[in-house]
Ligand binder design. Structure first.
Ligand SMILES: Nc1ncnc2c1ncn2[C@@H]1O[C@H](COP(=O)(O)OP(=O)(O)O)[C@@H](O)[C@H]1O
Ligand code: SF4
Ligand SMILES: [Mg+2]
Length: 334
């Protein structure tokens, strides 16, 4: 994947703040800054892995990029050849067009499927609501995508309860792919599944990507899964991007202390690694620490870290990091 390739998607200074209301009048008394000033580029055909602990804002980022949540501010730009879509500004009709291009696979295949809709209705719904197909054409497209994801077409009129977790996630994948999207946001697509079937679903996603030139934003808290799936990795902490880079470089020579800490938790064959992410937790996103948000947990923190917020900066044409000491530290990778 070359750094010069035209991006498919650009996320620019994106914020999603959830208001906190309080008191009798339910006035806004603060914000949960779940996504706070995220800038990121996604290249066509790549898998961009987004990793970070639970509560770091990954799901909110994924949902906001697809405008399942309205952004608080910032821009999301999808390039479709010469056609440039500024997602936050699209009207209803343009949103239908956007939804043909960008779809989501959800974390929990139990919660995300409507128990009262059979498989034909479930997978066919995006075709119907976006005005793409109906009737026999819809049914043919649903059957085709069922085969692509490894479901049996004779199950077309069954309901979700009769399927296993892995099969339900195949239904979720079929529902996302039935509109032939270019971009798919997969939010922890195997986290709710038995370990024994996680690899099947991950490999299915890889096969489908190769076959249909899909671009993935692949979200997971598990570095092992991110490592398996990604071309590039974006590390998220407390609503912010702290490091972005090509997989191999980021894994072997991380630039941000939080990336180093996440990597220290990845099991290694030869030796037992000392887990570094232990001190404290992801901060309360409505009361962020001063300076660098990671400073209360960072073993390298100095005075400047407590007072000045670092910003994402380029260290090389392909790597960015937000740490005051990035040029000075030599961190341990895997
Ligand atoms: N709909 C919502 N309303 C208010 N706060 C939310 C909402 N969704 C998520 N949050 C908060 O935003 C923060 C980030 O959550 P989330 O995006 O789910 O993180 P992750 O996916 O990395 O675990 C959390 O503090 C969470 O409580
Ligand atoms: S800016 Fe300071 S506290 Fe933040 S990650 Fe870098 S060294 Fe640690
Ligand atoms: Mg999540």
């Amino acid at each position: 994947m070359s750094a010069q390739a035209e991006p498919l998607l650009e996320i620019k200074e994106l914020k999603k703040w959830f208001p906190i209301t309080g008191g009798f009048l339910k006035r806004t008394i603060g914000y949960v800054k779940a996504v706070d000033d995220v800038t990121l580029t996604v290249l066509p055909g790549e898998t961009l892995g987004v990793v970070g602990e639970s509560g770091s804002g990954k799901t909110t980022l994924g949902r906001t990029v697809l405008r399942l949540y309205e952004p608080t501010s910032g821009d999301i730009v999808l390039h479709e050849g010469a056609n440039v879509m500024h997602v936050p500004q699209l009207d209803d009709k343009e949103m239908h067009h956007f939804r043909r291009n960008a779809q989501m696979i959800f974390q929990d295949p139990y919660a995300s499927l409507n128990p009262r809709m059979n498989i034909l209705e479930t997978i066919g719904e995006p075709l119907l609501v976006n005005g793409i197909a109906k009737g026999t054409e819809l049914e043919e497209r649903v059957k085709k995508v069922m085969l692509q994801v490894g479901l049996r077409v004779e199950h077309l009129r069954r309901y979700p309860h009769s399927f296993s977790g892995g099969q339900r996630q195949r239904i979720g994948i079929a529902r996302a792919l039935v509109v032939n999207p270019k971009l798919v946001v997969a939010d922890e697509p195997v986290s709710a599944l038995d370990v024994s079937i996680q690899a099947q679903i991950l490999n299915l996603l890889k096969d489908l990507q190769a076959q249909y030139q899909l671009t993935y934003i692949f979200i997971s808290h598990a570095m092992g899964v991110i490592r398996y799936m990604s071309d590039r990795i974006a590390v998220m902490y407390a609503g912010k991007m702290v490091e972005v880079g090509p997989k191999q470089e980021l894994l072997s020579s991380p630039l941000h202390p939080y990336t180093e800490a996440l990597l220290s938790a990845v099991p290694k064959m030869s030796q037992k690694r000392k887990r570094l992410v232990s001190r404290g937790e992801v901060p309360d996103l409505s009361r962020l620490p001063s300076g660098c948000v990671f400073h209360p947990r960072c073993k390298y923190a100095t005075d400047i870290c407590k007072n000045e917020e670092p910003h994402l900066r380029e260290i090389s044409p392909t790597r960015t990091v937000s740490c005051h000491l990035a040029d000075k530290l030599t961190l341990e990778g895997i």
